[in-house]
Design a protein around this ligand. Structure first.
Ligand SMILES: Cc1cc2nc3c(=O)[nH]c(=O)nc-3n(C[C@H](O)[C@H](O)[C@H](O)COP(=O)(O)O)c2cc1C
Length: 167
């Protein structure tokens, strides 16, 4: 992998997140969890390159993101679509996602976890979190459409401290 400035990220990031999806992973390689996400954003805030990640409270990954300062966002080529589907349809509470998908956990500089098969990796540090609140929606139609179970996401703003792309 080659380290790049996050500003050099080539694919359109909306397409990258919403169409290719990503794995959100927190924890060390010997104790991590990962899940698929297709909602999020990348941009700039507080003078830093940042990403926005949204995780519903019932996800096992939520526990790992809560107890770790760092997380990774990992992107994959199309051939890994079925692995990402698996990680988005099963919980790490009752299955070993790496074993089931064949993805290979790999440590990052900070001791967090990504996967050897990823072709773009963003290593991120938590800066801010908040719960999505029903009273804060200016468009209330979103509430019934996306939160019939009232399981409002936790929104995390994370600093992108390292970005790597496959060489
Ligand atoms: C394409 C796709 C996108 C997803 N995006 C999100 C997301 O942005 N936030 C979220 O909380 N869950 C999202 N999910 C659901 C989680 O990936 C799913 O519930 C997963 O099984 C959680 O695993 P865990 O319990 O091991 O954390 C998505 C699932 C898929 C298939």
């Amino acid at each position: 992998m080659k380290k790049i400035d996050p500003k050099e990220l080539k694919p359109n990031v909306i397409e990258l997140i919403s169409d290719r999806w990503m794995l959100v992973t927190a924890g060390a390689p010997d104790n991590f969890n990962t899940m698929t996400a297709s909602w999020g954003a990348v941009g700039e805030l507080w003078g830093k390159p940042v990403a926005f990640v949204f995780i519903r409270p019932q996800r096992y990954t939520h526990e790992f993101v809560e107890k770790n300062d760092m997380l990774t966002l990992s992107f994959f080529a199309e051939e890994y679509r079925s692995a990402l589907k698996f990680c988005g349809a099963h919980s790490g509470r009752d299955t070993d996602k790496a074993a089931k998908t064949g993805l290979t956990p790999a440590p990052t500089e900070s001791g967090s976890t990504t996967f050897a098969e990823a072709d773009i990796v963003l290593e991120c540090r938590k800066l801010y979190k908040d719960e999505i609140k029903p009273e804060s929606f200016t468009d209330k139609t979103i509430i019934d459409k996306w939160y019939p179970a009232r399981d409002f996401h936790t929104a995390y703003i994370v600093e992108i401290v390292n970005a790597w792309i496959a060489e």
